[in-house]
Design a protein around this ligand. Sequence first.
Ligand SMILES: Nc1ncnc2c1ncn2[C@@H]1O[C@H](COP(=O)(O)OP(=O)(O)OP(=O)(O)O)[C@@H](O)[C@H]1O
Ligand SMILES: [Mg+2]
Length: 301
Amino acid sequence: MNDGSSAVAASPPPAQPAGVLDVRSVTVRFGGLTALDEVSLTAAPRQVTGIIGPNGAGKTTLLNVLCGFVRPDSGEVSLGGSRLTGLPTHRLASLGIARTLQGVGLFRGLTVLENVMAGATCHARAGFWPGLLGITRSDRDERALRERSLAALDRVGAAELAGRMPDQLPYGMRKRAALAGALVAEPKVLLLDEPASGLSEAELPELGELITRLAAAASVVVVEHRMDLMMSVCEAIAVLDFGRLIAHGTPDQVQADPAVTAAYLGTNGENGPDGETGLNVETAPDGHPSPDAEGGETPGD
Ligand SMILES: Nc1ncnc2c1ncn2[C@@H]1O[C@H](COP(=O)(O)OP(=O)(O)OP(=O)(O)O)[C@@H](O)[C@H]1O
Ligand SMILES: [Mg+2]
């Protein structure tokens, strides 16, 4: 993927080394709208791959394809050479694909720890950790799950929040808790949809370090509008515009690509892709995403 090309990716090589997530010619249509148009890219293991593009470019749709929420009309997705296309979400989860939602995605009535455990239990029901979480769950199993969930919270620097209710927490901490929920499964591929939305500039470096740390154990694919963060954490960046892959390369290559500048200017005449906070980030006056930004997404969707 780091082939030095800033042009639209040509056909990927025929055989992919172990652990490479390979997206080939994926097309998704919603009625008359083509949300993804023959998109091809790869995400290497233990690297951070960024997906950027203006609002409506197809970024979330691409993550939805990768985790099985959306079945592509054509094209293929594979992981380490094994075909993933068409597998249901729970099978993909059991193969090690986890994601966070564009919003926060926590249950309000559960503590942070219970939220993390609930997410893991969803994976278990779907076939993940069948030995650990069978139909009849023992106290010992529950203790083990609790420990893994606490460890996941610790990985995101939120261990001390375990007993808190999500509503009591600052937005950034809620997002960390949601991220912990995706980590309990120790995924091979971690898909993050706008992890920085609603965070202040001061919170970004810490998030960047966290994402880099997570990539030590997984392929991380991150969708984000915050260009400063993306430029610092991504080894490679793919740029979508109206569902098409318009550039793919290193952060520097992508940032210097006139097609990328044009795509952003085309949708937002006031800013170029060099802004501190990126483009078209929808925030409420308090700097957090408007409530609608969480859309209809719910945990376990
Ligand atoms: N389930 C759906 N049904 C119909 N249209 C959809 C659906 N999901 C997405 N779309 C449309 O597909 C296009 C791509 O949407 P998508 O959510 O993938 O964009 P995005 O790049 O994530 O945008 P944003 O930066 O605003 O989150 C948009 O035009 C959107 O309205
Ligand atoms: Mg989106």
